[in-house]
Design a protein around this ligand. Structure first.
Ligand SMILES: C[S@@+](CC[C@H](N)C(=O)[O-])C[C@H]1O[C@@H](n2cnc3c(N)ncnc32)[C@H](O)[C@@H]1O
Length: 253
């Protein structure tokens, strides 16, 4: 399972050290949330907890709660931010009472959920009427060049199906449809886009990223695939491979 623990997630995140301009997404999202520090905040799909850790570091005094489908992820996060309460749970049926949270965070997780409308209804249900829900997603163009590289490599190796890049799960719910879905449930949805480029100086970060993908891990020879992808990287005149990054925050009230 992709999220049994945080190994794959951490490997994928490491590529963002090459992002220009540099951005601290967690800090930007928490700044835009404009919290007083007293709110009860629940993060759904908290993973290894960068947002909960960020809130704890900021001295957030209100209750912090993390929910995730993966007990392995929660074990890691519990060790990192011990003051947070945790529950194993599914976004489609949250283990929280109506109006239990002032703020619900759902960063980079909605595209993993089979019934995304059910999850959004749950975000609404567990958030106080005057509270807010913060969802982060990616744009449809996010990492597009990396997707083309992976699909082209798979085709060149006769691995057939461009389904290799089905792994770009984030495409199952991107910013535009996400905004439409949330606008049907909340009165207002305020959008903030964060765009940039990964400026990659060589094949290593790309090979590491591709190696973290389940489709790669399911191949007969994952190392041959990542090496072939590295060899096909279309470096520009400045010797770098540039990849679009595009994520965004939807603040729902
Ligand atoms: C890409 S990670 C994002 C982690 C964290 N929110 C962040 O932004 O760093 C997605 C997380 O969502 C969790 N997840 C996937 N499907 C879920 C579901 N139906 N309900 C709750 N959590 C889920 C995964 O276990 C994983 O930890």
């Amino acid at each position: 399972m992709q999220y049994r623990d945080d190994t794959n997630l951490t490997a994928r995140r490491s590529i963002y050290v090459y992002r220009q301009p540099r951005i601290d997404l967690v800090a930007s999202v928490l700044d835009l949330a404009g919290l007083t520090g007293r709110e009860t905040v629940a993060e759904v799909g908290c993973g290894n907890g960068p947002y909960l850790a960020g809130l704890a570091r900021r001295g957030h005094a209100g209750r912090l709660l993390g929910v995730d489908l993966s007990p392995g992820m929660l074990a890691i996060t519990r060790a990192a931010v011990p003051r947070v309460g945790f529950a194993v749970g599914d976004a489609q049926r949250l283990p929280l009472a109506d109006g239990a949270a002032d703020v619900v965070l759902a960063p980079h997780m909605l595209y993993h959920v089979p019934d995304q409308a059910a999850a959004v209804a749950e975000f609404r249900r567990v958030t106080r009427r005057d509270g807010q829900v913060l969802v982060t997603l990616n744009g449809a163009d996010h990492l597009a060049e990396l997707g083309e590289l992976a699909a082209g490599t798979a085709a060149a190796l006769g691995l057939g199906d461009p389904g290799v890049w089905d792994e770009q799960r984030h495409l199952s719910m991107t910013l535009d449809p996400g905004q439409r879905l949330l606008s049907g449930v909340f009165e207002t949805v305020e959008r903030h886009d964060f765009t940039g480029q990964l400026v990659l100086p060589g094949p290593e970060p790309v090979c590491r990223y591709l190696a973290s993908m389940p489709a790669t891990q399911a191949m007969p020879d994952p190392a041959a695939f990542t090496a072939a992808a590295g060899a096909r990287m279309p470096f520009g005149p400045d010797g770098t491979f540039r990849v679009t990054t595009h994520s965004g925050l939807l603040i729902c009230r």
